[in-house]
Write a protein that binds this ligand. Structure first.
Ligand code: HEC
Length: 116
C-alpha cells in the first residue's frame, strides 16, 4: 500500500516535469519566432525604436516589475499594458488574436528560465 502511494507520487512528479519542459520548449520556439527580433534572442532587449527601448525580459527584473504575477504578465503580452495597466510604448504589439493565452503562458514559462 505505502509502496503504491510512493510510486504514484514519483510518477506524478515526473509527469508534471515533462509537461513543464514541453511548455518551456514551446515557449522558446514562440519567443524566437515572435519576440526576439525586438527583445533579442537572449531576452536582454535594449533595442531603440525612436524614443522607446525594448524591455529586458529576463528574470528576475521582469517578474519583479510585474509583482510575480503571471496574470499581469499575460496582460502585458496579450494587451500591451504595463503593470499599472498603462499602455506599453509602440512598437510593442498587443498579441491578443495572434497568440493564444496558452501560447503566451508558454512564453512566460520560457522567460522565467532566462537570467540577467
Ligand atoms: C516590434 C518590436 C517588439 C516585438 C515584436 C515584441 N516586443 Fe515586447 N516590447 C517592445 C518594446 C519597445 C517594449 C517597451 C515598451 C515600453 O517601455 O513601454 C516592449 C515591452 C514588453 C514587455 C513589458 C516589459 C516591462 O518591463 O514592462 C513585455 C512583457 C514584452 N514586451 C513581451 C514581449 C513578448 C512576449 C513578445 C513576443 C510575443 C514581444 N514582446 C514582442 C517591442 C517589441
Amino acid at each position: 500500500m505505502i509502496r503504491g502511494v510512493m510510486m504514484g507520487l514519483v510518477l506524478c512528479a515526473s509527469l508534471s516535469s515533462v509537461a513543464e519542459a514541453q511548455n518551456v520548449e514551446q515557449g522558446k520556439t514562440l519567443f524566437l519566432a515572435h519576440c526576439s527580433a525586438c527583445h533579442l534572442a537572449s531576452g536582454a532587449g535594449g533595442v531603440h525604436f525612436g524614443n522607446a527601448v525594448s524591455a529586458d525580459l529576463r528574470a528576475p527584473g521582469l517578474e519583479t516589475t510585474y509583482h510575480n504575477s503571471d496574470k499581469l504578465l499575460l496582460r502585458a503580452i496579450l494587451d500591451a499594458r504595463d503593470e499599472t495597466d498603462e499602455p506599453l510604448d509602440a512598437p510593442m504589439p498587443a498579441w491578443r488574436g495572434k497568440l493564444t493565452q496558452s501560447e503566451a503562458q508558454d512564453i512566460i514559462a520560457y522567460l522565467k528560465t532566462l537570467k540577467s
